[in-house]
Design a protein around this ligand. Structure first.
Ligand code: ACO
Length: 333
C-alpha cells in the first residue's frame, strides 16, 4: 500500500476535527466535500455561511454535515479575543488589537485549535507560508522539549528506487531561512521522528552538503558537520550521518566510494538540507524534473498540528494534507 493510502486509513480509523480557515475558497470547499465523503476527518469551514453554500451549489459539492463558522457570528469570538489577549499581552497586544486580530480567519482558526475546538488546521491555498506560521508560532508554540518548528515534504518519485522505493522525506524546505547548528540538529531529529511515527519508515537521515566526510573545507560545511555531531550526541539511537553530498546519500555505488563506513550513505530516506534556499530549491527541482508528488509542507514541532499548502495546490492536495494533519492530531494524544 502506498504511504498516502496508509495515512488515509489511519485518519479514517479515528476521525479528527480539522479547520480550514480559507473556507470560502473553491478548492477548500471541494476538499471539504471529499474529506466528508471519504470519512478522513470532520472538516470545519471558516467563512460566511451564505457565500460558502452558494459556491458549493455552483461546484455541485454536498456540504451536508459539515460545520461552517463565520467568525463575526461565532458565540466563541469573545472567548478567543480574551484568550489571545492573555497570550500576547506581554508582547504589547492590547484588547483593542486582539479584537481586530482574532477576527482574521487564520487567527480565529488558530485560536480554535489552541482552545481545543478543533484538533488541527490546514491553510495556504490563498495565504503565504508566513501568514500561516506567524499565528502558529505566536499562539500554538512549540511542543514541550522542542526548540524549533520546521517542516517536511513527503516526496514520491515515480519509477525511482531511491529512499523507500522512491519515497523520501525532505526537510526543512519551508520554515527556517538559515538554521544554526543547534537548530539544524533539532530539525534532523524531528524529521527522523516524523519518518518513524507518521510515515512508518526506518529513518536513515543524511545531513546534506556540497562536501562528503571532509572532502571540502568551508564554514558552510562546518555548520553541517557540527550539526551532525550534535544530533548524533543527542540521539545516538538514530541513524543520522553527514556531511554527505546528495549522490553519496542516495546512490550505493557513490557511497561505497565516498563514505564506505557510513550506515546512512547510499541508503538515505530522509534528506536534511543545510538551509531554506537549498531545501526549497531542492524539493521543487525533484518535483518538476522527476515529476514527483510533493506532499506538504507539513509542519513539525508545533504543540498541535497546523499545516501549510502551496498556493498552487489542488483540492486533492488539500485532502492529503488534511489526512496527514488528522494523523498528527491522533499522535498528539
Ligand atoms: N520555531 C519556533 N519558534 C519560532 C520560529 C521557529 N522556527 N521562528 C520564529 N519563532 C518564534 C519567535 O521566537 C517569536 O516568538 P514570540 O513572538 O512569542 O517571541 C515568534 O515565533 C515570531 O517570530 P518572528 O521572528 O517575529 O517571526 P518572523 O516574522 O521572523 O516569521 C517565519 C517567522 C514566518 C517562520 C519566517 O521565518 C518565515 O517567513 N520563514 C520562511 C517562510 C517561507 O517563505 N517559506 C518558503 C515558501 S514555502 C514553499 O515554497 C512551500
Amino acid at each position: 500500500m502506498d504511504l498516502m493510502k496508509k495515512i488515509w486509513a489511519a485518519a479514517q480509523s479515528d476521525k479528527r476535527r480539522i479547520v480550514l480557515p480559507e473556507g470560502n475558497e473553491e478548492r477548500n470547499i471541494e476538499a471539504a466535500g471529499k474529506i466528508q465523503e471519504l470519512g478522513l476527518a470532520y472538516p470545519i469551514l471558516i467563512g460566511g455561511k451564505d457565500e460558502i453554500e452558494a459556491k458549493a451549489k455552483e461546484l455541485d459539492v454536498d456540504l451536508s454535515g459539515i460545520e461552517i463558522i463565520d467568525p463575526e457570528k461565532s458565540e466563541n469570538l469573545n472567548k478567543y479575543i480574551t484568550a489571545f489577549y492573555e497570550l500576547r499581552k506581554s508582547k504589547g497586544v492590547t484588547m483593542e488589537k486582539a479584537d481586530k486580530i482574532v477576527r482574521d480567519p487564520l487567527y480565529f482558526a488558530t485560536m480554535m485549535v489552541k482552545l481545543d475546538d478543533a484538533d488541527g488546521m490546514v491553510s495556504g491555498a490563498v495565504h503565504t507560508t508566513g501568514d500561516l506560521l506567524r499565528p502558529g508560532l505566536q499562539i500554538i508554540k512549540t511542543a514541550p522539549g522542542v526548540s524549533v518548528v520546521s517542516s517536511f515534504f513527503i516526496m514520491q518519485v515515480p519509477g525511482s528506487t531511491y529512499g523507500e522505493q522512491g519515497t523520501l522525506i525532505f526537510s526543512d524546505c519551508a520554515v527556517n531561512p538559515n538554521p544554526n547548528e543547534d537548530q539544524l540538529a533539532a530539525i534532523a531529529i524531528a524529521t527522523a521522528e516524523t519518518a518513524k511515527r507518521l510515515c512508518n519508515m526506518d529513518p536513515k537521515v543524511a545531513m546534506l552538503s556540497f562536501s562528503t566526510m571532509g572532502s571540502a573545507d568551508n564554514e558552510l560545511v562546518d555548520k553541517v558537520r557540527n550539526a551532525t555531531q550534535k544530533a548524533k550526541e543527542m540521539r545516538p539511537d538514530l541513524d543520522i550521518d553527514g556531511e554527505l553530498q546528495l549522490d553519496a546519500a542516495i546512490v550505493k555505488k557513490v557511497a561505497d566510494q565516498k563514505a564506505p563506513n557510513s550506515k546512512v550513505a547510499g541508503k538515505a530516506n530522509v534528506l536534511v538540507f543545510p538551509d531554506l534556499q537549498a531545501g526549497n530549491i531542492g524539493y521543487k527541482l525533484v518535483q518538476r524534473f522527476a515529476n514527483a508528488e510533493a506532499i506538504g509542507p507539513i509542519c513539525q514541532g508545533f504543540d498541535k498540528p497546523i499545516n501549510d499548502l502551496s498556493r498552487g495546490c489542488s483540492s486533492d492536495d488539500i485532502v492529503n494534507v488534511v489526512a496527514l494533519t488528522a494523523v498528527q492530531a491522533q499522535n498528539n494524544k
